[in-house]
Design a protein around this ligand. Sequence first.
Ligand code: ASP
Ligand code: MG
Length: 410
Amino acid sequence: MALFVQKYGGTSVGSAERIKNVARRVAKYYAAGHELIVVVSAMSGETNRLIALAKEIQANPDPRELDVMVSTGEQVTIALLAMALKEINIKAKSYTGSQVRILTDSAHTKARILKIDEERIRADLKAGNVVVVAGFQGIDEANNITTLGRGGSDTTGVALAAALKADECQIYTDVDGIYTTDPRIVPEARRLKTITFEEMLEMASLGSKVLQIRSVEFAGKYKVKLRVLSSFEEEGEGTLITFEEDKNNMEQAVISGIAFNRDEAKITILGVPDHPGIAYQILGPVADANIDVDMIIQNVGHDGTTDFSFTVNRGEFANTMNILKNKILPHIGARDIIGGDKIAKVSVVGVGMRSHAGIASKMFRVLAEEGINIQMITTSEIKISVVVDEKYMELAVRVLHKAFDLDQEL
Ligand code: ASP
Ligand code: MG
């Protein structure tokens, strides 16, 4: 007998029929003698609908009140799922985040979980109940309802699995696992049987949005066994997210996937005086405006000046250019500032890079053979990223996927 936390996303509980399906799947595990905690999201589209409604009243909705409101989406689905379970004669109890007492900090709309009261859940499980918990929400020290940020139900699932030391946290979603890349771009993309936490973080932060990044960090920190599966298929083992030391070396490909992100913009400041403090003078005001900087490149200086480039989220491009033009350029005496948002980032990701040389050169050769110009490069221990013209992004993903044999079954 095992303890499973199962989390079902918005599409998996998107209608009464689908909720009944979830109940049937839960029933199968229950019948096999397992203990189950089921975390659900709001029905698909519901959170967006609630946020839009709030914005009809307040352009910038008050964060505390917004949390009170959007947390209701999940309150509906927990009750419906508990009813569906009772309907097929399974004892079930639903709880909101505050009823469980999922204690968070007070950062409304992006709160962090601090502590989970497990007593009530344990008692219910012991009495033979399936415990259904609302994802995405908690309560702060002063009993204010909080939410965990978009996609936060994943984090609720993982946090419950960590707190109750579950044998596995299963995330049921509308895809059947993590793929080598987006199958909409490369139809030959394969489902990975396993991926390490570090690879998953790189893939997720690069735009493969299957799991909320924070849930993966959480699982890595607390060593939660995490699996992504499809809620629309009866069978299937999905993708297991593993720790590097557990990964079977025989089975390990050097590269696990190709990630990409169209959501970037590039800015270059030309003729920056090359002296200490300049990077701080440029990026300090950008950070103060809460703008995340991704890649940063500074050229070798000559004649006392240098060029300084970095990328930001595309939505922050105009704002960043304004800050630079008005607050920075006049002070540092740089020659000019140029930028563009028609770029994309493409990355190869794999822990095998640690022990294999030549991955970067292979990547650059493959891109060169297609005539794709590389505008920027960054690397980490398990990732090489390049910035290319947006119009070559899909081609780059396709040729790299093939060159690294990701279409081949291991
Ligand atoms: N319902 C929330 C959202 O749409 C949380 C979740 O689905 O994970 O972001
Ligand atoms: Mg989600």
